[in-house]
Design a protein around this ligand. Structure first.
Ligand code: APR
Ligand code: ZN
Ligand code: ZN
Length: 361
């Protein structure tokens, strides 16, 4: 018997989301049914609802979630009912070329649940990022459910499932920030501030936060930024060079996803510096750079895929850092809301008023 729950559904491109009855099947082989406790509202949900990701409507939105395993399907090992989990949108298969090559974040055989969740009339729903957690229950592949310490409150823990991991991992996994490094982070939303926290915990000596909004820069200071630059007032490239002894930063993290901030990131690097792009640009965006600058400035230009994380390795670490008081996950939770308020949360997100709104179920 399918489980009947209420879920936040995007029915057609650009239309406001609706709370609909959703039918969630019992888990089949390799699947787990998760009782969702909390799920953050992320830009990607809005991109789905706007039709900017795929046109596979209708979508069941929500993908930054923590919950409790309610039932497991045949063949599932290592998880049982009652386990407290964060849901990952990538579950590396362990066997493909990327996984075996030690780069599981590029896995091209990541699995999601096979059985569809549906609307009441049987219409199959596409779960956002293979999750669909703006609902009291969701069905995912066992590999997507990562067990963590249950002492972490779900409103905070769920955020590790996407934006926080993306930012933290951009600094620590992709950027390889280490002790004594100088770091700059452009864009201090949920993703950028997680990068700042990651850089700070990794031992960076200088962490420069760049944003256009003073409130975001205040938040950045709480997450560990040593300096802040409002790029509407001060040229951020000059400012970062000045703060790094004239050299530029060892690692620059671009967490906005725009050509002008990418350009700033490119030029505020040390000659051997690493640029990590974690902000997601619109597909039509272009950037033009003198080829000679690409040649004469060495270092590396990287992009960070979900923080280049291995969920089963990295999620429990972030939760332990949180529980031991070294990582302020609570600081990302701007407000908690109900399922009916997701559309309003999209508007607040667009206006830059929140780091994260979190739906509590
Ligand atoms: N220069 C500097 N900062 C900027 C600029 C700019 N030109 N434009 C916007 N910002 C700042 C905003 O003020 C905000 O603080 O960038 C931040 C973006 O934060 P959010 O909108 O909260 O987005 P976030 O969830 O952090 O995601 C950032 O990463 O994963 C991607 O899709 C995600 O592209 C998005 C990016
Ligand atoms: Zn793989
Ligand atoms: Zn997300």
């Amino acid at each position: 018997m399918p489980h009947e729950v209420r879920g936040v559904v995007a029915m057609q491109p650009g239309a406001p989301v609706e709370v609909r009855t959703v039918l969630v099947p019992d888990p089949g082989p390799g699947e787990v049914l998760v009782a969702v406790l909390a799920c953050g509202v992320c830009h990607t949900d809005l991109h789905y609802r706007d039709g900017a990701v795929t046109d596979d409507f209708p979508f069941l939105l929500g993908h930054e979630a923590a919950g409790t395993v309610e039932a497991v399907g045949d063949g599932v090992t290592g998880l049982q009912p009652g386990d407290y989990v964060i849901i990952a949108w990538r579950a590396p298969c362990g066997g493909c070329r990327s996984c075996r090559g030690g780069r599981p974040w590029y896995c091209f055989d990541s699995r999601n649940a096979v059985q569809p969740m549906t609307l009441a009339d049987g219409t199959p729903l596409s779960p956002a990022l293979g999750i669909g957690a703006f609902a009291a229950k969701t069905l995912v592949a066992a590999g997507q459910a990562v067990k963590v310490d249950r002492a972490a409150r779900p409103e905070a823990a769920g955020l590790v499932g996407c934006g926080v991991m993306a930012g933290f991992g951009a600094a620590v996994n992709t950027g390889g920030v280490g002790r004594g490094d100088t770091v700059a982070v452009i864009g201090c939303g949920g993703v950028g501030n997680a990068a700042i926290a990651g850089a700070s915990l990794a031992g960076a000596r200088t962490v420069v936060a760049v944003d256009i909004d003073y409130a975001k820069l205040d938040a950045a200071t709480r997450f560990g930024a040593t300096h802040t630059v409002n790029s509407t007032r001060t040229d951020p490239v000059d400012a970062v060079r000045e703060l790094t002894g004239g050299f530029g930063a060892d690692v620059v993290i671009e967490a906005v996803g725009r050509p002008e901030t990418y350009r700033q990131a490119f030029y505020m690097r040390d000659l051997a510096g690493v640029l990590v792009q974690v902000g997601v640009p619109d597909p039509q965006m272009r950037i033009e750079l003198p080829l000679i600058d690409l040649f004469s400035r060495g270092g590396a230009l990287k992009s960070s895929w979900y923080g280049d994380c291995l969920p089963s390795r990295d999620f429990p670490v972030l939760i332990d850092l949180y529980l031991s008081g070294r990582f302020d996950l609570d600081g990302f939770v701007s407000e908690t809301i109900g399922l009916d308020e997701v559309e309003a949360a999209f508007a607040r997100m667009r206006r830059g008023e929140v780091l994260r709104s979190v739906v509590v179920l």
